[in-house]
Design a protein around this ligand. Structure first.
Ligand code: ATP
Ligand code: MG
Length: 513
């Protein structure tokens, strides 16, 4: 064994033992201890009922306040009990992973008629029974206070050989809870950094019968709550082996229930500047982002950045074009992430990166006004992330061109224009001024006028004076509401230089007139 049982967890086990109860570490923490991986949380299984557990630890809490406990660190108050008989015991650890040790009564799971939740939870008498309801053999090992193992399903053998195998009949286990289909893939990806066979990252395998059963029962994922799917998917995407995870999902027929959008890119050839089909390119882009340990949003955007390509493809590869694929892709990404119930902030940031990943920059071709407009559209705070997605895109294309100097030049230009006004807030006039000068109440006209002024100032920052803008406001005030709306559309709607450039470049490359 490589890891050590931390004092807080040992104290919880000792307190249960002092009352003649059985207590074992179980699940992920035992697996991780044996692998030499840092456990994320500590779970204790016991034959004490939830009521007894609560009683034992609340008594200790009285003791703490009056005379102190002999062990000290289990100041122990119990915090909750849910329907599955889990009681969280608070410790006074500073380590967030140890602040609460979860104590769960041995249980068996009843029938799952909805493939999600057991119809009833039955308490069990022995640790062996408790281990038998767990998903995979490597997650079904128990450890006593003095590090002895209870391992009825030979989980240690599978740990050693880096194999994921269900406890018992795989078909039956997936039928009980279809989330296990995804957990198998997530664990394979997640554990691949902790391989005990041939050194790190030699990869985990899903055992043959388990694998066949995953394929056969993939469709059961349809019955699983999207939030649970999302949680497993996120855990997988956040590992360094995220890309292999996505490939495995596809191989096992699960991807269509997680991110079917990606499958549209399978076998969709691209232009001369890509050697990979859209799907493979997307997975490679994710691989780069994951290896670089970039944020969740950058990983998701790298994976989804070309989602719109299959639907916008025109012409045969290698001369095909994909006009507006970033816009179509942004919509598809928004819908996909929303379906998976991602938090709105994650959706917004990811979609924004997909939407703008196509910015064009060629030294000497894009003016300072173009760079300001780029900043205004993209937001200065998103530039770094966008460049990372771009990097992932480039490396993932398989034919990385020597363009980083262009990006460096873009950053240099950004530095140069960085103090120029690029947002409505930076204009020398505001909404109040517009209303005062024109004598109009709040309404859409105010925003439209400000948008028009900003476009003019983006073209030429010298126009950002109270005097000039005041004059322009009076001129705009002469326009009817309809005319003003049109003028705003015109100012905002014209293709940006940094987007126009892409089209020009595409046309050059593909000899389209
Ligand atoms: P991690 O905490 O690193 O995400 P874990 O293996 O600890 O991984 P948890 O979700 O914390 O996963 O679950 C703890 C334990 O509970 C697992 O190790 C496993 O024994 C059991 N378990 C979790 N989910 C299931 C499930 N869907 N079916 C059967 N057993 C499960
Ligand atoms: Mg865990």
């Amino acid at each position: 064994m490589r890891g050590k049982i931390p004092k807080e967890a040992a104290d919880v086990m000792r307190a249960l033992a002092a009352e003649q109860h059985a207590a074992y570490l179980v699940g992920g923490c035992v697996r991780d201890l044996l692998l030499g991986r840092e456990p994320k949380d500590w779970d204790v299984a016991t034959d004490a009922t939830p009521e007894e557990v609560q009683r034992i630890f609340s008594r200790r809490s009285d003791a703490t306040s009056e005379v102190g406990t002999p062990t000290g660190s289990v100041g122990g108050r119990t915090i909750y009990e849910n329907q599955f008989g889990t009681v969280g015991v608070k410790t006074d650890s500073d380590d967030p992973r140890l602040k609460v040790v979860e104590v769960t009564t041995f249980r068996l799971e009843g029938k799952y008629t909805d493939k999600r939740h057991p119809d009833e939870v039955k308490f069990a008498k022995t640790i062996e029974e408790d281990l038998s309801r767990r998903d995979f053999t490597i997650n079904a090992i128990a450890m006593t206070q003095d590090s002895k193992l209870v391992d009825p399903f030979r989980g240690q053998d599978d740990l050693r050989q880096n194999i994921i195998r269900t406890v018992g009949d795989p078909a039956a286990r997936f039928n009980e809870d279809a989330l296990r289909l995804l957990r198998a893939v997530r664990l394979a990806a997640e554990l691949s950094d902790f391989s005990t066979r041939g050194g790190p990252a030699s990869g985990w395998q899903i055992e043959g019968a388990t694998r066949d059963a995953v394929k056969e029962h993939a469709g059961l994922l349809e019955m699983i709550a999207k939030e649970r799917i999302r949680d497993e998917f996120v855990k997988m995407v956040e590992t360094p082996h995220a890309a292999q995870g996505v490939l495995l999902l596809e191989e096992l027929g699960l991807l269509r229930y997680v991110l079917p959008e990606l499958r549209e890119g399978i076998g969709v050839g691209q232009d001369k500047h890509h050697i990979y089909a859209v799907f493979e390119h997307s997975v490679r882009a994710l691989d780069y982002a994951a290896k670089k340990n970039y944020s969740l949003e950058i990983r998701l955007a790298s994976l989804l950045h070309d989602a719109g390509k299959p639907r916008t493809k025109a012409g045969e590869s290698p001369n095909s074009t994909f006009y507006n694929h970033e816009m179509v892709g942004a919509k598809m990404a928004a819908r996909a992430l929303d379906r998976l119930r991602f938090p709105s902030g994650v959706i917004e940031r990811t979609v924004h990166l997909v939407r703008w990943h196509m910015f064009y920059y060629n030294v000497g071709e894009v003016s300072a006004a173009g760079v300001r407009r780029f900043l205004a559209r993209v937001g200065p705070e998103n530039v770094d992330d966008l460049i990372k997605v771009r990097e992932a895109d480039r490396i993932g294309s398989g034919v990385p061109k020597a363009v980083p100097y262009k990006l460096r030049h873009l950053l240099f230009m950004i530095e140069k224009v960085k103090h120029d006004p690029i947002s409505p807030k930076m204009l020398k006039v505001n909404g109040e001024d517009v209303m005062k000068i024109l004598g109009i109440p709040p309404g859409p006209r105010v925003g439209q006028a400000l948008d028009i002024l900003l476009e003019e100032v983006l073209d030429d920052p010298k126009k950002n004076t109270e005097e000039n803008l005041g004059r322009r406001i009076r001129e705009l005030g002469k326009l009817s509401e309809k005319e003003l709306g049109k003028a705003r559309e015109k100012a905002r709607g014209k293709k940006e230089e940094f987007e126009q450039g892409i089209e020009a470049e595409m046309k050059r490359k593909h000899y389209v007139k």
